[in-house]
Write a protein that binds this ligand. Sequence first.
Ligand code: AP5
Length: 221
Amino acid sequence: MEIIVLLGAPGSGKGTAAAHLGTESNLRHVSTGALCREALAQGTAWGEAIRPYMDRGELVPDALVLERVGEVLEGLPTGERVLFDGFPRTPGQAQVFEDLLGDSGWRLRHVILLDVAPATLEERLGARMGCEGCGTIYNLHTRAPRVAGICDACGAALSQRGDDQLATIRRRIQVYEDRTAPLVRYYQERGLLRRIDAGKPADEVARQIRDIVDRDGQAND
Ligand code: AP5
């Protein structure tokens, strides 16, 4: 029962990599960002509680995120490999996560840092489109759909995420630097951090991650 965490700035390609890996490496994908957006769309009480933070590009308070992650962990079938995308995102979340795992039999095996030059992040996020049906992620520059505005995979409409406006993108990147980047050191000190070059094309990024996930490598950072 292993857990792999994808750590990286907004636009570093966590969701894209998880989508590649999910089918190829038999990993269950848990994205806290997707859980947040789902709750917003459904208008649940939890969704309404997190809405103001999401709208501003701020992190949802730790207590609220941990409440949801605790539920997810309880519902995970044993014997699976799970890829957490976008969690933990603060040292506080990481500490509680460690405690939750300690009691559960799950083991955090790798924390994979998707390293991308800051200038690339804004460029990628400004050109991102997502499918409203199946969630496939596109990019108007690097992965455009065959027909503008329509998903290649399922034919549903594509749209831009609400938090992909330039001012909110910049805020999210700043929040990452202030609140999430300290986790790099946190996991380095625990010997769990693996750093990959996520500025490469998406299939190459997925290959680098698969190499780490599918072999019991030593920390290289
Ligand atoms: P979340 O959904 O996790 O957003 P994020 O961290 O800002 O990351 P993104 O989803 O924007 O980017 P990504 O790294 O997945 O990149 P993608 O693959 O899409 O969180 C959203 C919000 O929810 C947060 O702001 C916060 O409010 C809340 N939240 C979530 N988790 C939380 C937590 N733990 N604690 C507190 N709050 C939380 O790729 C981006 C673009 O680049 C796409 O167009 C893609 O096609 C393109 N691309 C990707 N890879 C490549 C590549 N290798 N080459 C070229 N283009 C690429």
